[in-house]
Design a protein around this ligand. Structure first.
Ligand SMILES: [Fe+2]
Ligand SMILES: [Fe+2]
Length: 184
């Protein structure tokens, strides 16, 4: 997608003084919830098909929404405002793409299927790695490069986009943006 405008001259976030809309805080909240679901899946044990099925449903929903707001807002804005981080953004798109494929496949499987646990485990490993890179390497660079005001404006934009986010990978808008972002 094409980002509109440069530098957010109109101060979109000025109406949200009471609660921080900081983009990184917002994404980290999602990461925390995603990690919590991963831990629960791992603790569920061998037999717990019903519990695992519910957890994977929640994981799929949260990852679909999270990927959407990162692909729609965070990555394009950072790419535009901090061109030095272009390589990191491109690597992120590729990591998301791998997760998208696994999420897509998992969404059509049942907890009793032979490869359900294995596929979920690989998804968890991939996403944990990606989240760790975002939090330890990428976010600090973004925070330093953009500063508080831009991050609040980007965060406000993400919160607005979240309302329109797809919840299942089968919804057309879920995968399209990843592909657009890489191909265009
Ligand atoms: Fe990401
Ligand atoms: Fe993320």
């Amino acid at each position: 997608m094409k980002a509109c405008g440069r530098g957010y001259p109109h101060g979109m976030a000025t109406t949200t003084k009471t609660k921080s809309t900081d983009a990184i805080v917002h994404l980290k909240d999602d990461h925390k919830e995603i990690r919590r679901l991963f831990d629960q899946f791992e603790k569920a044990g061998d037999g717990a098909e019903k519990t695992k099925g519910k957890l994977v449903d929640q994981i799929i929903e949260l990852l679909t929404v999270h990927t959407y707001i990162e692909n729609e807002v965070m990555y394009p804005r950072v790419r535009e405002l901090l061109p030095d981080l272009e390589d990191d953004v491109l690597e992120s798109y590729e990591e998301h793409h791998v997760a998208d494929v696994l999420v897509m496949e998992l969404s059509s499987m049942k907890p009793g299927d032979e490869r359900f646990d294995a596929k979920t485990t690989v998804l968890i490993e991939n996403v944990r790695h990606h989240i760790e890179e975002e939090e330890k390497e990428w976010f600090p660079k973004v925070r330093e490069g953009l500063g508080r005001k831009s991050l609040q404006e980007i965060g406000a934009e993400m919160i607005a986009k979240r309302k329109k986010a797809p919840r299942r990978p089968s919804q057309p808008s879920a995968l399209k943006k990843t592909i657009d972002a890489v191909v265009s």
